[in-house]
Design a protein around this ligand. Sequence first.
Ligand code: ADP
Ligand code: MG
Length: 326
Amino acid sequence: MTHAIEAMDLVKKYGQVTALDGLSFTVPAGTVFGLLGPNGAGKSTTIRILTTLSTPTSGTATVAGIDVLGHPNEVRRAIGVVTQASGTDPQATGRENLLLVAQIHGMRGRAAKSRVDELLALFGLTDAANRLAKQYSGGMQRKLDVAMGLVHRPSVLFLDEPTTGLDPQARSEMWAEIARLARHERLTILLTTHYLEEADHLADHLVIVDRGRLVAQGSPEELKSELRGDAVVIDLSPDASVDAARTAIEGMAGTREITVSGRSIRTRVDHGASAVPAALAALERSSVPVAAVTVARPALDDVYLRYTGRTFASADAAQEKVEAAR
Ligand SMILES: Nc1ncnc2c1ncn2[C@@H]1O[C@H](COP(=O)(O)OP(=O)(O)O)[C@@H](O)[C@H]1O
Ligand SMILES: [Mg+2]
């Protein structure tokens, strides 16, 4: 099996609302795949269909090579699901929560206990195993959620917004955890996120979804490199000649879109890292003193903007308003 997930032309309508509008993508086995989109893009709807919790209005999908519409029970055995809302019982301990899931999957006695111990250790929860889940921090609760999705050793794990609501420290711990799982447990992970940074950090491949449609796909690096290069910003010293600096930068090979604002000169180049020393040398030859140089890689926000004409943050905020008004 080369593809762990194949979604083909998924459409989902809720009355007048088209949540998915012909979404197709494939996920290679053993990779971390990101579904990135602002609120309301259709991410949770996609997860619900792929995990057999909802059926598409039209379109088909396979998970672990199994048709989600034809054989939902087989799909459920092959997957782990961590939904956006926590599935833990707050009045039970971490260990009890995991044991309950093990029992639901038909595991008993020593087999159940050893799998639970293994997962507690994997997520650093051994010391907290006998505390009630409601006493866990947000980050610990989310780890317990993920551990619960892994009890039956699924081959495909679905994580719907695994770090939403976590503080930055807990978020980066969760990132490390997810990256480790992908490496050591030979899992395919599909995660959704509305954090650009998270998709950038974690996903081998990602699709950017907007209004139920795919707007771009590729590795984070591929998507950003489509934007043709890095921005280099040179801040000149107070006594430098801006005109001389501009002439020097224009004379360099490979600089484009040169703009000047105040004492800053901004240009786009193919490779920021190699352009910086060349720019400094050119300015030095022209006797232009420099205060600071920064290189900004294109961010996924620039990718989203290019394909949709609006910034990611504004799309996210707009949808939150729509949903609040309902
Ligand atoms: N059960 C439902 N009934 C009606 N509309 C829904 C339902 N679930 C989702 N939607 C709508 O479908 C769109 C996509 O929602 P969702 O998949 O939850 O987006 P995301 O997870 O990307 O934020 C939104 O406009 C949302 O309001
Ligand atoms: Mg969602």
